[in-house]
Every structure is written in structure tokens, then in C-alpha cells.
Design a protein around this ligand. Structure first.
Ligand code: ADP
Ligand code: MG
Length: 589
């Protein structure tokens, strides 16, 4: 159990507020945020008409960030927000938990500034992505762990989901993507593109592209106000051998920049803009109802009291449906409520403070997300240990013929389990050795980042030339073509001539960059031919060694050339054919 943690952050006065000589009414001390009450600025219909004419109302949150005055010693910069909140979320992700950060507040209160920031003053999302790859690089050097990071970016606009990272312009795209529910993994967006990223630069490009596609329009309050909710999701998987056993954890991190929380009338909206407001508010209103239901009577937070099972209307809006796990479910969640310091925004600010106060009561149930095949392997291994104990005990005793036959049965079961563990571990190891470098039909240039010709695959390593080699894929027949002066070898034989590659070939480029060539179709064919014998010659230690070698893979796409399809088909069909631990795979030039 873990409560949603809530931070509030107040920004400096902006030009428009200064122009009307607005006064600062937000004060922060420690984790307490206070607001000067001012009935004069209370807009009609706002709850709180019972407030005193003057006075101060205080709220306590997990964090109160005062960013009103850059010159002040209390000023909270982006770095501090990242250190407090971002690092925590990253830690949760590396521990295998789902996590979510969402920014809530009226238009112009600083949501995008806090989440995304500006080029010279990066916000939480870019900082977290940098931090993620920093830690990945440290950990992959340390204990040979492997990582896979995929991102997606969507916006919910007028209750329709749009992919911010796709260039496809299909008709279904215009009417929005469908939200479906997976029986185990929960709600997801069908056909949302997922992008494999290797480093921060990859993410930066995608963030840029997504930001450019976000629907923005001008309203009375903020010239480029975002009228949509944006969800940037990082799917982060890590794998390693832990005491000779596979260990794989998956974590989903949602980073959410919500549309302005103000009522439509506060932004002088009419017509189409008002309709937008209504739909934007549909998600926000539902979010409010969900938060109230979870934080009030509906949450499981009241120990000892009779638990009432309240209905939580997640399905009433796209936003709450997609964030179902983040609110009252399997996730470590943080809400950042952003505030304007100005008296002219009193009503909205007060409403945000109340909203944030309710969110504190939500109790989530985060759990470590272990890969299901790894869970099976772990359980089988526990059973093996138990059976081994039984066999050992029996071996020391004088057994009757009847007991002897029982022991033989136990031994048989033990053997079967061991074979199963090896088999599953092999499949799992292959999955992780599987391709990140898909060789497309035609020519794929491999080289260094500095090359003016923009290589299709960029490598960093000793002895690599700017343009090092080309992989030519003609109907699934792949040829390595070394460029002049490039150091290339296939199965340890140096080559300067074009060389046709066979399944499992080990390719060395430069002095230390090694790949395995994977061809799913050829692998399947070979497997048919050599169906037996291989399993027993491999042990877990061999898998572990293969895994730890961190060997990357070049692969050919499957039947229809689609990357994602190929990836999943490769997961089930690739094999360790020809790989001899410590030796050289089959196949030659
Ligand atoms: P929102 O996304 O909530 O509509 P923005 O993030 O676009 O609001 O912020 C509105 C304006 O206030 C922007 O010009 C932004 O640079 C500025 N701003 C917001 N928060 C801060 C902050 N903490 N420090 C400095 N400027 C800020
Ligand atoms: Mg914004």
C-alpha cells in the first residue's frame, strides 16, 4: 500500500498578472502551502462562499515548492523537483514498479514548465529520461544486466486519443485510436506506436516530434495553451541473471501533462472552444470524481472500518480509464499541482489546492511486475530444490522396493523439471539476445555518428570507421560488404570482400564490437533438421554466460517485414543453433 504523494508548485508572476498589479497570495513554509483568502476574487458559483472576508487558509502536502522568485533563497529550481520526485520514480521503475506523475492545474499555472520545461531549463520528463539512461549505462556495466526501453506518446483531445509519434494518416487515426482492455495488463490504446529507444537522444527527438504535434490553440488565458491531455509512457524492462536464475521486471511509467483545469467560462470560451472545454472537462471532472471516490469513502485506506466497495467510474472518461492503474491500482503515483501566485486567480488556485488535498487520500497497491515466464522458472527451480532434498534424503536411507520406486519417480520428475527450466531459460535468453538492429530490405549502412552520410545504424566502438560496412538484404539473403579499410570478420575470419551471412554467424566490426546474425526463417528450418540433442549440452551457466556477453544482434525481419511482428515471431522461433559456449557458431564465408 502506498498513498499518492502530492506536491504543489507555485510559479512566478507572469507578465499579464504584473500588468494588472496582481498581488502574491500564495505562501509556503516547509511542506505547508497557505493562501490569502480574498472574497473579492471569488468567482460566482465557487464553493467557499462561507470563507472569511480576509484570512489565510493552510494546506499540508508532501512537498510545497516555492518557485515565485528566482532570486530568493527559497526558490525551488527544476533540479530540486527532479531530485525529490523524478529520482523516486526512477528508483521505483528500477525496482520493477509501475509509476505515474501527473501535473494538474489551471491553464498557465506551470504544468508544462514542470513536466517538460524549456531547452535551457529542462523539466521532469527530460531529466527523468536522462537519469534513466545514466543508470542503465551504469548497471549494464556492473552486473551485465540488459535493458529494453520503449516509449509512446499520446494526447487525449475532445475525448479522442491521438498518437503523437506516428506519421501515419489513416482515417481511423483522425477519428482517434480505440482504448481496449487487456485481461491481465488492463486498459491500453490499440495500435499506439511504441518506439524502441537506445539513449536519451532518441527520446529527445521523439519528445520534440510529439510536442510539435500536440494540439494547441489560443484562448483568453494563455496564448499557446494546451487544450489536450498528454501522456508520455516509458515501458521499461530489465533482465539479468541473479544467482544463475533469470530475473526480468517490467515497469510502466506514465508522465501526464493535463489540460487546464479551469472551467470553460473562465477562458472566455464560446462555440467550438466551449465544446472542447466540455470534453476536456469530462476527463477532468471524471478525474475529480475518481479522486474523490478513492480518497473518500471509496478508498481502502480506512483500516479497521468496514470496507465499502464503492463504484469507481474509471470508464466514464478516456483519461481515467487509461490511468486506472495509476489511481488506486498497481502504481507508485505522484501528483504535482501547479499554482499561479496571483490574487486574480484566487478561485482556480483554491480549487486546485482542494483537489490536491483530496488526492493525498488515494491509496495505491504497487506490486513488482515480474515477467510471467521468469515466475514459472523461479517456481520450477524452487520445486527442483525441494525434490533434490527428497532424493538426497532417500539416498541415505535403506529403502524398501516400494520406496525405491517412489524415489525413482521423484528423480524422474526432478529431471523433467530441470529440462523444463533449461528450455524456458533458453527461450528467455534468446528473447533478450534478440534483435535491436533490424536489417531492412535493401542496403543498411553501419557507421559512426559523425559520418555525413547518416548511417542507418550508428555504432560507437574502437576501430570503427565513419562508414564501416553495408548489410545488403535481398529477399532475405544478407551480405556483409566491408567498406574500404574497415576491419570486419565473420566467425573470426577477417574479410575485406562481400560475405553472405548464415544463421548464427558472429560478426566482429572494428576491434571489439561483436554481433550475432539472426535469421528467424533459417533458424526455424535448421531447428526442424536438428530437433534433438542440443538441450542437454547446455547448462544454465552457459545461458548466463551468453547473456552476460551482452552480444547484440543483427536480424532479418520476418514474413511481412513488420518490426513488431518480426520481433514477436523472432521471440518464439529463434534458437541457439550453432552456438557453442566459448566456441564459434556454424556458418562460414
Ligand atoms: P500550463 O502548461 O499549466 O498551461 P505553462 O507551463 O505553459 O503552463 O506556464 C505558463 C508560463 O509560466 C510559461 O511562460 C512558463 O514559462 C512560466 N512558468 C511556469 N512555471 C514556471 C516556473 N516554475 N518558473 C518560471 N516560469 C514558469
Ligand atoms: Mg501546458
Amino acid at each position: 500500500m502506498a498513498s499518492v504523494r502530492v506536491a504543489v508548485r507555485v510559479r512566478p508572476l507572469i507578465k499579464r498578472e504584473k500588468e494588472v498589479s496582481a498581488k502574491v497570495i500564495i505562501h509556503m513554509e516547509g511542506s505547508t502551502t497557505s493562501i490569502d483568502c480574498n472574497k473579492k476574487h471569488l468567482s460566482k458559483g465557487t464553493p467557499g462562499t462561507g470563507l472569511k472576508e480576509r484570512g489565510r487558509q493552510s494546506f499540508s502536502y508532501d512537498f510545497s515548492y516555492d518557485s515565485t522568485d528566482v532570486g530568493s533563497t527559497n526558490f525551488v529550481p527544476q533540479e530540486k523537483v527532479f531530485k525529490d520526485l523524478g529520482c523516486d520514480i526512477l528508483e521505483a521503475a528500477f525496482d520493477g514498479y509501475n509509476a505515474c506523475v501527473f501535473a494538474y492545474g489551471q491553464t498557465g499555472s506551470g504544468k508544462s514548465h514542470t513536466m517538460m520545461g524549456s531547452p535551457g531549463d529542462k523539466g521532469l520528463i527530460p531529466r527523468m529520461c536522462e537519469g534513466l539512461f545514466c543508470q542503465i549505462s551504469e548497471e549494464s556495466q556492473g552486473d551485465g544486466a540488459s535493458f529494453r526501453t520503449e516509449v509512446s506518446y499520446l494526447e487525449i483531445y475532445n475525448e479522442r486519443v491521438q498518437d503523437l509519434l506516428t506519421t501515419k494518416k489513416s482515417p481511423e487515426n483522425r477519428s482517434g485510436l480505440k482504448v481496449r482492455e487487456h485481461p491481465k495488463d488492463g486498459p491500453y490504446v490499440e495500435d499506439l506506436s511504441k518506439h524502441l529507444v537506445q539513449n536519451y537522444r532518441d527520446i529527445e527527438k521523439l519528445l520534440h516530434a510529439g510536442k510539435a504535434r500536440r494540439t494547441t490553440s489560443s484562448t483568453g488565458m494563455n496564448d499557446v495553451s494546451s487544450r489536450s491531455h498528454a501522456i508520455f509512457t516509458i515501458n521499461f524492462t530489465q533482465a539479468r541473471f541473479d544467482a544463475e536464475l533469470p530475473c526480468e521486471m517490467v515497469s510502466k511509467i506514465h508522465l501526464v501533462d493535463l489540460a487546464g483545469s479551469e472551467r470553460a467560462d473562465a477562458t472566455c470560451a464560446t462555440g467550438a472552444r466551449l465544446k472542447e472545454g466540455a470534453n476536456i472537462n469530462k476527463s477532468l471532472v471524471t478525474l475529480g470524481i475518481v479522486i474523490s471516490a478513492l480518497g473518500g469513502d471509496g478508498g481502502g485506506s480506512h483500516k479497521g472500518k468496514r470496507k465499502k466497495q464503492h463504484f469507481i467510474p474509471y470508464r466514464d472518461s478516456v483519461l481515467t480509464w487509461l490511468l486506472k492503474d495509476s489511481l488506486g491500482g498497481n502504481s507508485k503515483t505522484i501528483m504535482i499541482a501547479t499554482l499561479s501566485p496571483a490574487d486574480v486567480n484566487y478561485s482556480e488556485t483554491l480549487s486546485t489546492l482542494h483537489y490536491a488535498n483530496r488526492a493525498k487520500n488515494i491509496v495505491n497497491k504497487p506490486t513488482v511486475n515480474e515477467d510471467s515466464s521468469v515466475t514459472v522458472i523461479r517456481k520450477l527451480q524452487e520445486e527442483i530444490v525441494r525434490l533434490k532434498g527428497l532424493v538426497e534424503k532417500n539416498n541415505q536411507a535403506h529403502l524398501s522396493p516400494q520406496d525405491l520406486s517412489k524415489t525413482l519417480k521423484v528423480e524422474e520428475k526432478l529431471h523433467k523439471n530441470e529440462v523444463k527450466v533449461l528450455e524456458l531459460t533458453r527461450e528467455w535468453t534468446n528473447k533478450w539476445g534478440e534483435a535491436q538492429n533490424i536489417l531492412k530490405e535493401g542496403r543498411t549502412l553501419v557507421g559512426r555518428d559523425e559520418a555525413s552520410s547518416n548511417p542507418d545504424i550508428v555504432l560507437h566502438g574502437a576501430g570503427l570507421l565513419e562508414e564501416h560496412c553495408v548489410f545488403e538484404n535481398r529477399d532475405g539473403v544478407v551480405t556483409l560488404i566491408p567498406q574500404t579499410g574497415a576491419l570486419c570478420s565473420v566467425n573470426r575470419l577477417e574479410t575485406t570482400q562481400p560475405c553472405q551471412l548464415t544463421q548464427g554467424a558472429v560478426i566482429q566490426l572494428g576491434r571489439g564490437t561483436i554481433f550475432r546474425f539472426n535469421h528467424p526463417k533459417e533458424a526455424a528450418h535448421l531447428r526442424e533438421q536438428r530437433k534433438s540433442g542440443l538441450l542437454s549440452s547446455l547448462s544454465l551457466t552457459d545461458f548466463s554466460r551468453l547473456f552476460h556477453s551482452g552480444m547484440d544482434v543483427f536480424a532479418v525481419a520476418g514474413e511481412n517485414g513488420d518490426y513488431r511482428q518480426q520481433r514477436s515471431s523472432a521471440l518464439s522461433t529463434t534458437d541457439l543453433y550453432g552456438y557453442e559456449p566459448g566456441g564459434v557458431p556454424r556458418g562460414s564465408c
